[in-house]
Design a protein around this ligand. Structure first.
Ligand code: SF4
Ligand code: MSK
Length: 630
């Protein structure tokens, strides 16, 4: 398999160079302008939770100012800041989930919002105790919408947890007092307890961080995935193409960027409308070329094979190509810089969500009740903008790569089942996966998640670590921006089995799958949880016993912090390539990197060197195998 990395880097550098020539700024320029970043901020010891501050305490114990004006120690300040990151991350994912619940609430047979996966509707309804037998599916859907919305703010009891969660893991959470109660409630608790004069106990604040993060992974994100599958279909294997080379010289190029699938699904449908295609042709274009970016890119690639234009650090470069008629966004991971940048080109930067308005963008609020017509209106803006493209300013990189995506947990189980093990109940369908892991044909599994960060080489660590692991017979699943990185590098091609170890290659041959399986967007890490949970249940183990690991080598968002916490809290070791702002709190840092293992059987590893991190991941897999005697 050819190594595409140097071409990818060259194509990106070509666009960064073009940006310089065009006199526009990118994320890398702004990063350089920051020069040395604040050491207090990096260590997490700066607090501005009240107006007696801001207070910056010394990150070095015994040196300088050791307490804030209220008396908060470095550990308390670090823990409070960390908890607020978890709260923000959990809020973002979970509010995404809430949008889907509200969308489901409006589903009707005759309207624009329909049920596309009745089987999944029945399965999810069952887990919420909703009667399905002999009932109209839309009545079931409305009950499910009400039940899931109730998970956000129910005053008493605990979250309704998925059946994939092993009993042993639930016992760990109960013992530690971190079992999520209700999604919003646990987020609000953090905001309350980190207010001036409330919690002054770093350990307790970390527990609250864990509870809210688990409520994200096994609650808000999990619900987002389940309900998206019900409304827009559960993904299955589909082909797509990745990287900015998917933009076309003679088409109306439209990029959908953000997270929630509600807007993007409507735009995908509207882009097929004969009236709009005719309008595009009347403008002299060959047609409409719809592409996705970041997690929206993952959502529409998984379900429709829509091309994946790129990940977080490519959003500005997409505009710099000069070939994008419209960049349409909803929520999360949208750089505000796009407003100014798009004014230097002809690109219309269209914001659509009241949750993410951006000054100087073109705001067209997405009307969910009239989704199709609204999507058409937005697309018309793009089409009518085609004539404004300045051909002299266009540079579309040649780099693009085919990819196979769409491996929902159901798709993986189906694939295994078809080959090995037909007509057995759901729990047993993970048997083939368990068998190949137990026998050692596959040593274990690794999940790569999260973002890009201009502090590290774009996509470099993600790709390097994945290659190392698959070469050592570790099967990899990818979501979020890490999934785009893998796609661009050719790792989602079935041919990538050629660089896999002999055991993994054999499995790829047998199942006709790539060694790296694309599972979706950031909220779809719930698919990873479901898969490992079902595997643990089948083997009558806890998740922390399994030879599985996770990594976010290029993370940057608060969502990634919440993800890290719920992944570790679920029993999976997590490697971070960017140092989190906790080093100024000796207790907090020691807990996350060491003592956490005593509580959860898993912990964080911070290792910026991708070679070392990949080796450590493999060693950890092998040590878990040893403990299991396999
Ligand atoms: Fe300073 Fe305490 Fe106020 Fe934070 S809460 S700004 S440490 S006085
Ligand atoms: S989009 S959270 S940069 S993965 Fe989900 Fe990518 Fe990270 Fe956003």
């Amino acid at each position: 398999m050819e190594d595409r990395r140097s071409e990818i880097v060259a194509a990106e550098e070509e666009l960064i160079e073009k940006a310089k020539k065009d006199g526009v700024e990118t994320v890398w320029d702004r990063k350089a302008k920051m020069k040395v970043q604040c050491g207090f901020g990096l260590a997490g010891v700066c607090c501005r939770n009240c107006a007696m501050g801001p207070c910056r305490v010394s990150p070095v114990p015994g040196k300088g100012v050791s307490r804030g004006i209220c008396g908060a120690t470095a550990d308390v300040i670090v823990a409070r800041n960390f908890a607020r990151m978890c709260a923000a991350g959990a809020a973002a994912h979970s509010d995404h989930g809430r949008s889907i619940c509200l969308y489901l609430e409006n589903a009707s047979r005759d309207g624009q919002i329909n049920i596309r996966d009745e089987k999944k509707l029945a399965a999810v309804a069952k887990r919420f105790g909703i009667e399905t037998e002999g009932r109209d599916i839309y009545d079931v859907a409305h009950d499910l919408a009400a039940a899931t919305l109730n998970e956000y703010g129910k005053p008493h009891g605990n979250l309704t947890l998925p059946t994939a969660l092993p009993k042993k893991r639930r016992e760990v959470w109960d013992r530690l007092g971190v079992t999520p109660r209700a999604i919003d409630k646990d987020i609000v608790s953090i905001m309350h307890s980190t207010h001036i004069g409330c919690s002054g106990d770093a350990e307790n604040i970390l527990k609250m961080s864990m509870r809210a993060s688990l409520g994200d992974g096994w609650g808000g994100s999990y619900i987002a995935t389940e309900l998206s599958d019900i409304l827009f279909t559960t993904p299955s294997e589909v082909e797509t193409t990745a990287n900015l080379g998917v933009l076309e010289e003679n088409s109306v190029n439209v990029i959908l960027h953000g997270h929630e699938p509600v807007l993007s699904e409507a735009v995908v449908a509207a882009a097929e409308d004969p009236e709009l295609i005719a309008l595009a042709k009347a403008q002299g274009a060959d047609g409409i070329n719809l592409c996705g970016m970041c997690c929206t890119g993952n959502e529409i690639a998984l379900r429709h094979g829509i091309k994946m234009a790129g990940n977080f650090l490519q959003q500005e470069l997409a505009v710099v190509t000069g070939a994008v008629e419209a960049l349409i966004v909803d929520v999360q991971c949208i750089m505000p810089s796009l407003a100014k940048l798009s004014q230097s080109y002809h690109t219309k930067f269209i914001t659509t969500s009241p949750k993410a308005k951006i000054t100087d963008s073109l705001y067209i609020e997405f009307d969910e009740d009239n989704a199709y017509e609204c999507a058409k209106q937005i697309l018309k803006e793009a089409i009518l903008n085609y004539k404004n493209r300045d051909r002299e300013k266009v540079l579309i990189p040649h780099e693009k790569c085919d990819a196979v995506v769409g491996f929902s947990t159901e798709a993986i189980v189906d694939t295994l089942d078809k080959v090995v093990n037909s007509n057995i109940d759901q729990l047993q369908t993970v048997k083939p996966l368990a068998d190949v892991i137990l026998s050692g044909v596959i040593r274990g599994a690794a999940a790569f998640v999260g973002c890009n960060n201009p502090k590290v080489e774009h996509d470099g660590p993600i790709v390097k670590m994945i290659k190392y692991l698959i070469a050592h017979d570790v099967i990899v699943v990818v979501t979020g921006c890490a999934a785009h990185a893998a796609a661009k590098a050719g790792l989602l091609l079935k041919e990538a089995k050629e660089i896999a170890g002999p055991g993994l290659k054999k499995v790829c041959d047998l199942l006709d799958i790539p060694p790296v399986l694309h599972q979706g967007s950031c909220v779809d890490i719930s698919r990873n949880l479901q898969l490992v949970g079902e595997l643990a249940n089948y083997l009558k183990l806890d998740i922390s016993d399994l030879p599985v690991v996770g990594a976010a080598p290029e993370w940057m968002s608060e969502k990634a912090v919440a993800i890290g916490m719920y992944v570790v809290g679920s029993g999976i070791d997590a490697w971070l390539g960017v140092v989190p702002p906790v080093t100024g709190g000796p207790f907090v840092a020691d807990y996350l990197l060491n003592k956490m293992e005593d509580d959860y059987g898993s912990k964080f590893f911070v290792e910026p060197d991708p070679d070392k991190a990949a080796e450590q991941m493999l060693q950890r897999i092998e040590s878990k195998r040893k403990k299991l005697n396999i």
